[in-house]
Write a protein that binds this ligand. Structure first.
Ligand code: C2G
Length: 134
């Protein structure tokens, strides 16, 4: 069974997140999808604010999605290789807003396949927050 790993914050879960998880889980038959969920402090360091839903809430939401086999906490963007090793990842999947950014992982993990999937257009957590505020 192949192990597919993806990473993200998944705050205010929306259709773009669900489509990403669905497509990732369906990339290879007979595979399991493991999701690294950003810690609250990692989200602060990436985006300059804390997520609306805290880690435990986001973890519970993501864990309940049928495409997801298991989850773990991502504390640092720089530890990708360690996380991928820990999870025995065969494939790393990310949205194409991260295109090329994680290719360096292949230096230490030459058998790792990396797939960047096209983002779903016209939806994002940030846009949703702006819409609600206005
Ligand atoms: N996504 C998507 N379409 C959207 C919005 C997001 O396909 N309209 C994808 C992103 O490309 C990402 C995943 O959904 O692969 C999670 O998105 P975010 O929660 O925004 O993740 P991010 O904060 O970018 O964290 O280590 C990498 C980071 O932790 C990724």
């Amino acid at each position: 069974m192949k192990t597919i790993v993806t990473f993200g914050t998944f705050d205010l879960l929306h259709i773009g997140h669900v489509k990403l998880l669905k497509r990732a889980s369906e990339l290879v038959p007979n595979s399991k999808l493991i999701v690294g969920i950003s810690s609250d402090s990692l989200n602060f360091s990436k985006k300059g604010h804390y997520p609306i839903y805290d880690f435990d809430e986001r973890n519970e939401i993501i864990s309940s999605i049928k495409y997801v086999y298991s989850t773990f906490k991502e504390n640092s963007l720089e530890d990708k290789v360690a996380y991928l090793k820990e999870q025995n990842a065969d494939i790393l999947v990310m949205g194409d807003d991260w295109k090329g950014k994680f290719d360096y992982c292949k230096k230490e993990l030459p058998n790792l396949e990396i797939v960047y999937l096209p983002r779903t257009e016209l939806i994002s957590t940030t846009e949703t927050i702006i819409k609600i505020r206005s």
